[in-house]
Design a protein around this ligand. Structure first.
Ligand code: PBG
Length: 307
């Protein structure tokens, strides 16, 4: 009666890694219990996710090094396995909400989210590439486009490109306050997408800043974001609270790979009770104000609350 916060499977978005090929289920060393799937094995897995009540997934592609280049051309290529998989998933499970990722890093030979020239990230020159990628994903059937790149102005450019191509109904969940964080390690292992040189501090946010997140949110909403995200979640609960208090669009939070890996590792050592720690973590993110949570715990949490 007195519980102020509710946490259910309906609040969770399950991030999933996809790889080209057949019969693949490769465990990610730094994120045990999470895998790189090929489309055939993934379709099976999604059946069990749906039966547990998971309604939304976010898919990330692990692209072969040989297909990467400076301008991320594979990201919108006709024969792109990621785009083909989105089609297959929406065909088989039209009721499953599919979110896709817009950023250059999985396809970039530099391992950066934007175009690199002389060691610098070119913000404006990156925008048309992101727009092309977003349109290709919408064409494949994506319901939610997730720009994770942090280039300034990309939400507006993506919104315009989607509308011009007839995708007015495709929504945008913007990575609004994405911090230059130490907690992305396992994700970069999963995609082999770590920067080849330099870091992401010229485009991701400084962890010392909270007010800047308000500015980022104002800009994203003005440019057409339907939902705004804070990432990572746990070191940034105050930022989640701030955005929730100041804006009326839905706020989501990304409980990132490193945050999940810490709990998995401690639980494996017998230092923490896995299910209880996961529950408390996710509840804290909801209590801070997140409507939705992207988390690698989605399936385990769904299984736990069933049982
Ligand atoms: C990059 C991207 C990253 C994540 C999602 N998209 C990593 C990065 O910015 O280097 C991290 C997610 C996670 O750690 O779970 N576009």
């Amino acid at each position: 009666m007195v519980a102020e916060t509710h946490l259910g499977v309906e609040h969770l978005i399950y991030p999933i890694f996809l790889k080209d090929g057949k019969g693949i289920k490769e465990e990610i060393n730094s994120l045990p219990g999470n895998y790189r799937w090929s489309i055939d094995t993934l379709l099976h897995e999604l059946e069990s996710c749906l039966s547990l009540g998971i309604k939304t997934i976010d898919i990330f592609p692990a692209v072969d090094e040989s297909l990467k280049d400076k301008t991320a051309t594979y990201s919108y290529a006709d024969d792109n396995f990621y785009l083909k998989a989105i089609r297959a998933i929406k065909e088989k499970f039209p009721e499953l909400m599919v979110m896709t990722d817009v950023a250059m890093d999985p396809y970039s030979s530099d391992g950066h989210d934007g175009l690199v020239e002389n060691g610098e990230i070119l913000n404006d020159a990156t925008l048309p590439i992101l727009a092309k990628m977003a349109v290709a994903q919408a064409q494949a059937g994506a319901d939610i486009i997730g720009p994770s790149d942090m280039m300034d102005g990309r939400v507006g450019v993506i919104r315009e490109a989607l509308d011009l191509n007839g995708f007015e109904e495709t929504s945008i969940m913007s990575y609004t306050a994405k911090y230059a964080s130490a907690f992305y390690g396992p994700f970069r292992d999963a995609l082999n997408s770590a920067p080849k040189h330099g870091d992401k501090k010229t485009y991701q946010m400084n962890p010392s800043n909270r007010r800047e997140a308000l500015l980022e949110a104002e800009l994203d909403i003005e440019e057409g974001a339907d939902m705004i995200m804070v990432k990572p979640a746990l070191c940034y609960l105050d930022v989640i609270h701030e955005l929730k208090s100041n804006f009326s669009v839905p706020v989501t939070a990304y409980n990132v790979s490193g945050e999940c890996a810490m709990v998995i590792a401690a639980a494996k050592n017998g230092w923490l009770n896995y299910n209880l720690a996961v529950y408390e973590m996710l509840l804290s993110i909801r209590r801070a104000g997140a409507d939705g949570i992207l988390t690698y715990f989605a399936k385990d949490f769904a299984t736990y609350i069933r049982g």
